[in-house]
Ligand binder design. Structure first.
Ligand code: PYC
Length: 324
């Protein structure tokens, strides 16, 4: 793998939203053209994937981090465009990440309290920043694609879940034998990873054959102020430390489809760390428009250094027993 694509230094700001970290890349990204963000994502994926790996994989990152590459928007009224990525690949949208982007732009003085348009590969979103740095993300449309899908899981029998879109593809499971507590993290990860593999093996996908790469388990909230608790397995096999903004959007779409959530009704989603994202939906005809509210905190500003003689300059990404 040639070392030519990465500059020597890349400026980033890290933050966390309800415990889940976001690394905003401010400068040093490859030239991806000026076209729609979805095209620029394809350019990044096809020609510059080393950039994602160098920033997000070890030794500079880890499987828990989500990256957010800030780009010039197509629409000049937008505050920014962003491509989200992780240790395994690329995300469509990212709820906690978008709140982290808002907090980072605010920290840099690039946005003030008010509404701001942000472009993503799966559509435009609006962020509303308030005086206390709380952020509401008006997410892309969410919908349930399949209800009560059955899949055979070796050792567990037949399990059931809904397939829904909230900016990423989710398989949402209500019936399972687990307690959603951090002490069971290994068990929860093993089970949800098995579900993901079983979905792929059985050809169960999102719309247009899209891979379902997020698995979400639900249970009753531990805190009675909240409506539900979740555990979300992310594509790179790390669990979301936050309640997952796109996962909460997908959940609310299923609740609306079942007549269990009305427009403007508040949904407080508790995650595995007990942290909360608050949501509600608005309806536009048949379209379900999710809103997610939370806060993010900046944890560091840093320069990532890529020394030309570093054997792990491009990040440590394991593939078939080899470091790419
Ligand atoms: O908050 O949407 C989210 C998210 C996706 C993956 C990790 N967090």
């Amino acid at each position: 793998m040639p070392n030519i694509s990465l500059p020597l230094r890349i400026e980033v700001i890290d933050s966390h939203t309800a415990g889940e970290p976001t690394r905003c890349v401010l400068s040093g990204g490859p030239h991806l053209g000026t076209g729609p963000i979805a095209h620029r994502l394809e350019n990044l994926r096809t020609h510059h994937d080393v950039f994602r790996r160098g920033i997000l994989c070890e030794p500079r990152g880890s499987e828990v981090l989500v990256g957010a590459l800030l780009l010039e928007p197509v629409d000049p009224v937008a505050a920014a465009a962003v491509i989200f990525f992780n240790n395994a690949g690329y995300l469509g949208m990212c709820g906690h990440g978008m709140i982290g982007v808002a907090a980072t732009l605010s920290y840099l003085g690039r946005i003030s309290p008010g509404k701001h348009l942000i472009e993503t590969p799966v559509g435009d979103v609006t962020i509303s920043l308030d005086e206390k740095n709380e952020v509401t993300v008006s997410n892309v449309e969410a919908y349930r694609y399949l209800k009560h899908v059955s899949v055979e899981l070796p050792g567990h029998g037949v399990i059931h879940g809904d397939v829904a879109w909230g900016g990423n593809w989710f398989f949402l499971i209500e019936e399972h034998p687990f307690t959603l507590s951090l002490e069971h993290e290994e068990q929860l990860t093993a089970f949800t990873w098995q579900v993901r593999q079983a979905l792929a093996a059985n050809g169960i996908t999102g719309a247009n054959g899209a891979e379902i790469d997020h698995i979400e388990l639900f249970t009753a909230a531990h805190n009675p102020a909240n409506q539900s608790r979740n555990f979300v397995l992310c594509p790179g096999k790390a669990f979301d430390r936050s309640p997952c903004g796109t996962g909460t959007s997908a959940k609310m779409a299923c609740l609306v489809a079942d007549g269990k959530l009305a427009p403007s009704q508040m949904w407080r989603q508790e995650g595995i760390l007990d942290s909360v994202l608050t949501g509600h939906v608005e309806l536009d005809g048949d379209r379900i428009l999710p809103f997610i509210t939370g806060s993010a905190y900046v944890t560091s500003t840093a320069s990532l250094i890529f020394q030309s003689n570093d054997p792990f300059r491009n990040g440590i990404a394991l593939h078939n027993g080899k470091v790419l």
